[in-house]
Design a protein around this ligand. Structure first.
Ligand SMILES: [Zn+2]
Length: 563
């Protein structure tokens, strides 16, 4: 199938294309130099914006945690449902939509690649079953490895190469894409009712500190040449004063930076940019964090923007979720995953009139607007923790329009308004910068070579939005912008039109990307290793790895390690 997309304003930052009017040619699912005009299907997109398909580096969309959230919250389904159509299945859910609906909703917004950031290795099979059922997008998942006993043991012994070989084994066994670390050491401590409060606390029983886990896995990541950096949810997340922990976390791997490449990704940074000693005097630490990131090149961030709505919080950070339960008194789930991790779920409503929630809303945007280089901070809500991913068009409007920000600031808690840095920030992002923070930057940080851009050979994943930059100023007409971003005029996945003006036109399966990490001496599955499985887990080795046939549209990416 050949396709020629004509006359659009193209925004392709990886190839330095900034709103040029040009044609894009597609053949066999890839961007090509040209096609035969007589054979190709032509779409005239005059007056519209053409971008690479959206990329989401961090959204909880699959796995036992997400599914437990669905079970916990029937009220989330009742109020938001989609009927079946000739091409799509029915589905439900405002903050935790069912799998198929998740895929459709991303496709409507022009997204084509999404990453599920929190996969307990023991529950990897469930995660992949749900990813199989999430259509329209390519996807991947990050196994939680920061509190896995094997990692703690090897790092505590200083056996970094051994640790790397086991992480390589785990990455391939779980069909994962990146090393996820949540509250390093804190989740293991939580299994005996404790937590970590600084990078130098001792993890019970293991003789190791969060600092050593972070540095060890950062070095492991480098030894294995993984495409993404370590993906870190910091210690003390969600606690006043934690911006200092976030700074410590970034600093602790500063000397491991190689050239100008990032070595650490701090996820949903809003939740770890709190200044102040308690909730009453909570303030924004966004400026301090942005200053640090502006001065260093080894860090990337994503926002974790808060949206004023009803949502469902879910993280592997069991102790944090317990605190949230204590704060809200809501129904909750807390869960310990054997030798690997923990997790928790609490329903949550962010209110404009709450001082704390309004400060949180402000912090996310402050971080994004004060960080000068859009290649360093990416748009997320940590879906569904800060709000559902369907709110992205709102955030884009706040990015591009001071007027949109003012309209919301007017409605928030008065004391929070007086403390917000937003009124003093007049920066408005351009469409080029939007293309970076919503796709190009995210694809680059993930090391996805064929995504996030429209160069020759790239995957033909595109989003076309019905907004004309020549005649419409998004900073003034931010509602028009929001509408255009909510329902893309076209979403093209692998060279096929899958969405037109919000209507799903075609079902695409989407691949699951995972890393096939090649090490020179792979971990041997000996009787001793099998015994460790029997001793440590309730699952025998034979039932543990996700075999290849488990993934319906499998896309292994081979990585050659230095060990
Ligand atoms: Zn998250």
């Amino acid at each position: 199938m050949e396709l020629l997309i004509r006359n659009g304003f193209v925004f392709d930052p990886i190839n330095n294309v900034d709103g040029e009017k040009m044609d894009i040619a597609v053949k066999d699912g890839k961007i090509v130099e040209k096609v035969n005009e007589r054979n190709a299907k032509q779409i005239d997109v005059s007056g519209m914006v053409v971008m690479p398909g959206g990329v989401d580096i961090h959204c909880h969309i699959a796995g036992s945690e997400v599914n437990t959230g669905r079970l916990l919250r029937p009220e989330d389904h009742f109020k938001d449902f989609e009927p079946k159509t000739a091409r799509t299945r029915s589905g439900v859910g405002h903050s935790i939509p069912s799998t198929f609906t998740t895929g459709y909703r991303y496709a409507r917004m022009g997204y084509t690649t999404i990453m599920n950031p929190s996969m307990p290795p023991l529950e990897a099979k469930h995660t992949h079953e749900e990813l199989n059922d999430t259509p329209m997008v390519d996807k991947g998942s990050y196994p939680l490895l920061g509190d896995w006993w094997f990692v703690l043991e090897y790092l505590s012994d200083g056996a970094i190469e051994e640790c790397a070989r086991y992480v390589a084994w785990m990455m391939t066994a779980t069909k994962g894409y990146a090393i996820k670390i949540v509250n390093p050491g804190g989740l293991e401590a939580w299994s005996s009712g404790r937590n970590m409060t600084s990078l130098d606390d001792q993890v019970p029983h293991f003789g190791i500190t969060p600092r050593e886990i972070l540095r060890g896995l950062c070095r492991t990541n480098r030894l294995l040449n993984l495409p993404h950096t370590i993906h870190v949810h910091t210690n003390n997340l969600g606690r006043p004063g934690n911006y200092l922990t976030a700074l410590d976390t970034m600093k602790c791997v500063e000397d491991l930076a190689r050239e100008d490449r990032p070595t650490i990704h701090i996820t949903h940074c809003q939740f770890c940019a709190f200044k102040g000693s308690d909730w009453k005097n909570l303030e924004s630490g966004a400026e301090e964090i942005a200053n640090y990131v502006n001065a260093h090149n080894h860090v990337t961030l994503d926002m974790g923007q808060v949206i004023f709505t009803d949502t469902t919080t879910m993280t592997a950070d069991g102790p944090f979720q317990y605190t949230l339960y204590e704060l809200t008194g809501n129904k909750w789930v807390n869960h310990d995953v054997e030798t690997e991790t923990s997790s928790g779920i609490v329903p949550f409503r962010y209110r404009r009139k709450s001082y704390v929630h309004a400060i949180q809303w402000s912090i996310g945007l402050e971080l994004a607007l004060l960080t000068k280089d859009p290649w360093k901070i990416f748009m997320t809500t940590d879906h569904p923790n800060g709000g559902p991913f369907t709110s992205y068009p709102r955030i884009i409007a706040w990015f591009m329009s001071q007027k949109a920000r003012k309209a919301t600031i007017k409605k928030i808690n008065k004391r929070a308004r007086s403390r917000s840095l937003l009124p003093s920030i007049d920066r408005e992002l351009s469409l080029y910068e939007i293309a970076i923070t919503t796709r190009a930057g995210q694809a680059k940080a993930l090391g996805l070579k064929n995504k996030g851009h429209l160069g020759i050979g790239a995957d033909a994943d595109l989003a076309i939005y019905n907004i004309n930059p020549d005649t419409t100023d998004p900073s003034k007409k931010y509602k028009t912008l929001r509408r255009a971003m909510r329902n893309a005029a076209y979403t093209i996945k692998g060279g096929n039109i899958v969405n037109k003006n919000g209507e799903i036109r075609r079902h695409e399966k989407g691949t699951t990307m995972w890393l096939d990490v090649k090490v020179s001496e792979p971990v041997q599955i000996t009787n001793d290793m099998k015994k460790r499985f029997r001793d440590y887990w309730t699952v025998e080795y034979e039932n543990y790895p996700v075999t290849k046939h488990y993934i319906e549209a499998s896309k292994p990416l081979t990585t050659k390690a230095d060990v």
